[in-house]
Design a protein around this ligand. Structure first.
Ligand SMILES: Cc1cc2nc3c(=O)[nH]c(=O)nc-3n(C[C@H](O)[C@H](O)[C@H](O)COP(=O)(O)OP(=O)(O)OC[C@H]3O[C@@H](n4cnc5c(N)ncnc54)[C@H](O)[C@@H]3O)c2cc1C
Length: 429
């Protein structure tokens, strides 16, 4: 099968990022952050703004992994609805956790404004189009639960979803006015620039290879240097590797892949997401889509584990676009790219203490633009001295996913199963 070269729309259209040298000697800092995505850079920025001396180590380039590859959909909340969170964590922590996950988009858009980050940010809302009557019933409960807590969210009738999305494919949906879109790579590069201005030192091409010591005096080793730091924050999410093997086993990596069309011609452009919302539907293998600043439709769904996808995989995504938008049949596709999402068995992000003074946050289940930015701030608050009970997010023990070594195989089987279940659902089975 022919392999297709990856080409990301975001790399082609984002302003250049800051160029940071690799670490070549020994440095010291109060806090060493491992990973320069949203989690790590938000943590570093918030720590520096509170007077901490911070070094960030990044094995690739700033935002080269999920933070620079994603769909740029800023979505409030986590997979669980608020009542479920309150049942799981009790009325006090549950209520604080709901506030935390609800205010992720507020934090993202406030940072963009405060640091003048040019990333095509729009706060026009997020639509969740429903693919079945059962999904609509679940959404009605979701909307009721959020509205009880004062959130700007509403149900949409079939015709309204068709008007707002330009697709006749859905039977209704919900509209969460708290959401929006960003150019994801421009956003993460902007966070890096803000962190640098606040005094953070960032080293690219500097993978953390090993760590020794304990709270107050860790030493993080790279190929050509080392950082001595009192505390360490691990912010490597789906790209967590052998540096923290136990942490790697707490998440399952699931591939997600996107395609972008050529700019949509004017008459059609006025039909497709004319209000600029982002959308992710309720299929088990959901399709997420939005239009970028140059009028291209960007759509993603579950992807492939292969380093270079085949033409077959890419065509599967073209068909997904045509299924939602038959009016786009024949339009050219100009970009194809993918990355890995970190899923957790309980569908919740996780906040851990790996050892005294060594903290980690990860597992955003495909909703990390807002949540990873928020997790970075929480990690910064913890490293700054807040008590775990005051973080507004539960600290949980590190629990490896059972039989994790088989998870690659398991994920492939699960994706096939969900694809089949969605196909049966579509044909009324
Ligand atoms: C294709 C795709 C589409 C998505 N769409 C959306 C969306 O529309 N909306 C949404 O909310 N979320 C979405 N997500 C999820 C979101 O992108 C992630 O949750 C978020 O970017 C996670 O940020 P992070 O900083 O924790 O991780 P990352 O951005 O992955 O950063 C981790 C960094 O750690 C570095 N690293 C790893 N090991 C080391 C080491 N040993 N030393 C130094 N550095 C190391 C990596 O190189 C990487 O840069 C999507 C994800 C993907 C892949």
């Amino acid at each position: 099968m022919t392999a297709v070269a990856l080409k990301s729309l975001w790399s082609a259209t984002a302003p250049a990022g800051p160029e940071c040298a690799a670490l070549k000697d020994s440095k010291s800092a109060q806090v060493a952050v491992i990973g320069a995505g949203y989690t790590g850079l938000s943590a570093a920025l918030h720590l520096a703004e509170n007077g901490h001396d911070v070094v960030v180590l990044e094995s690739a380039a700033i935002g080269e992994c999920a933070s620079g590859l994603n769909g740029g959909q800023v979505i409030p909340g986590v997979k669980h609805d608020p009542d479920v969170l309150e049942t799981l964590f009790g009325p006090a922590l549950g209520a604080r956790l709901i506030d935390t996950v609800a205010s992720g988009p507020d934090l993202v858009f406030a940072l963009i404004e405060r640091h003048a980050i040019a990333c095509d940010a729009t706060r026009t809302g997020w639509i969740q189009p429903a693919t079945s009557e059962a999904a609509l019933a679940t959404q009605a409960q979701r909307v009721e639960q959020w509205r009880r807590r004062g959130a700007a969210i509403e149900m949409l009738a079939r015709e309204r979803v068709a008007q707002l999305t330009g697709s006749q494919r859905y039977c209704g949906g919900l509209f969460d006015h708290r959401g929006g879109t960003v150019q994801p790579l421009a956003y993460v590069r902007g966070l890096a620039r803000a962190a640098l201005r606040a005094g953070v030192r960032i080293y690219e091409r500097s993978a953390a290879l090993g760590i020794t010591g304990s709270a107050g005096s860790f030493e993080v080793r790279t190929a050509a240097g080392s950082v001595r730091a009192g505390q360490v924050i691990v912010a490597t999410n789906a790209y967590t590797g052998s540096f923290t093997p136990h942490l790697r086993r707490t998440v399952v990596r699931v591939p997600s892949f996107q395609v972008a069309t050529a700019p949509i011609p004017a008459p059609l452009r006025a039909q497709i997401l004319p209000g600029g919302q982002s959308a992710s539907d309720t299929w088990r293998l959901l399709r997420y889509f939005r239009v970028d600043a140059s009028g291209r439709l960007v759509m993603g769904t579950r992807g492939t584990f292969a380093a270079a996808p085949t033409l077959y995989t890419v065509r599967h995504h073209y068909r997904a676009v045509e299924e939602i938008y038959p009016q786009l049949r024949g339009i050219g596709f100009e970009y194809h790219w993918g990355g890995f999402v970190a899923m957790t068995p309980d569908h919740l992000p996780h906040l851990h203490q790996l050892a005294p003074g060594m903290l980690a946050g990860l597992g955003y289940n495909g909703r990390g633009v807002a949540m990873a930015t928020m997790m970075g701030r929480i990690l910064a608050q913890w490293a700054h001295g807040a008590a775990p009970g005051d973080l507004g997010f539960p600290v949980t023990p590190v629990r490896p996913v059972p039989l994790h070594v088989f998870s690659g195989l398991g994920v492939r089987a699960t994706i096939q199963y969900l694809r089949l279940a969605d196909a049966l659902g579509r044909s009324g089975g």
